[in-house]
Design a protein around this ligand. Structure first.
Ligand SMILES: [Zn+2]
Length: 268
């Protein structure tokens, strides 16, 4: 079987941006930043208009992530392909890893997908992305660098007719410490901040934080920003700037409360 991605025609699955400050404690990851579709898959049977909706990608988060990387000097690892091809925040084989419909829109090219075709998407798109994140974390760990893993997402303001009131949401599961500190700082700005809203972070509905954050026992948070706030450049810069200001404060609070991670003794 030929590879799913055609060299020179399809974009690389992983964009690595920033990283100008090697002392930054942050690793930024963005599972749903991209909206590319491999040429071989056409438009997945979904119109361009539908693919541009929130079902295809996390609208606006690319601009937020890049601004945040620029301001903090942190490295940002982004997925370039649409979540309609394969969702990089789901374990391969998960029922919603390759959706046959999303928010009322059918995805014909994903219906009756053979195991072989699904595996080709995992190999071409999912694996290089997660391998790259894993390499970065291995490298930081080997060098004894402290890491706070920041997963960036955005959510649609209205779902099934229900308006979502939160400006942003902080998602966490087994280790909520860093998330809670960031949540307090965001609330001090007068923002409505969802605590595990609009979604809960769970072992099965998510992949990136459970695997790269929880399993490695490094502090982490999943941030969701409401899409209408970051549609344009101005909003993206505003949120990138806000997070670049608050994340270091959350780290300082984390250090004073829980110490450095990995702690001095453990790294000796
Ligand atoms: Zn997302």
């Amino acid at each position: 079987m030929p590879p799913l991605l055609a060299a020179g025609l399809d974009p690389e699955p992983v964009n690595v941006v920033g990283g100008t400050d090697p002392t930054s404690p942050f690793l930024l990851v963005s599972d749903h930043a991209g909206r590319a579709i491999p040429q071989a898959l056409g438009g997945l049977g979904v119109s361009a208009e539908e693919r541009a909706r929130h079902i295809g990608w996390d609208i606006g988060i690319d601009g937020v992530g890049r601004r945040l990387a620029e301001k903090t000097g942190a490295l940002l690892i982004e997925q370039a392909y649409s979540r309609l091809v394969i969702d990089c925040n789901r374990a391969p084989g998960h029922p919603t890893a390759i959706v046959t419909a999303s928010d009322g829109t059918p995805v014909p090219a994903n219906a009756d997908l053979s195991a072989q075709d699904a595996a080709a998407r995992t190999r071409a798109i999912f694996e290089p992305y997660h391998i790259r994140i894993g390499q970065e974390l291995d490298c930081r760990e080997a060098e004894g660098r402290e890491t706070f893993l920041i997963a960036l997402h955005s959510f649609t303001p209205t779902m099934r007719g229900i308006q979502r009131p939160w400006h942003c949401g902080i998602l966490h599961n087994h280790d909520p410490q860093f998330g809670h500190l960031l949540m307090e700082l965001l609330r001090e700005e007068g923002l409505i901040v969802g605590d595990n809203e609009p979604y809960e972070l769970t072992d099965t509905s998510d992949y990136t934080i459970p695997v790269h954050g929880e399993r490695r026992k490094i502090p982490h948070v999943e941030i969701e920003i409401r899409q209408d706030l970051i549609l344009g450049r101005e909003g993206q810069e505003e949120w990138g700037d806000r997070l670049s200001r608050l994340l270091p404060q959350a780290v300082a609070h984390y250090h004073s409360r829980y110490g450095r991670h990995p702690d001095e003794e453990a790294s000796q």
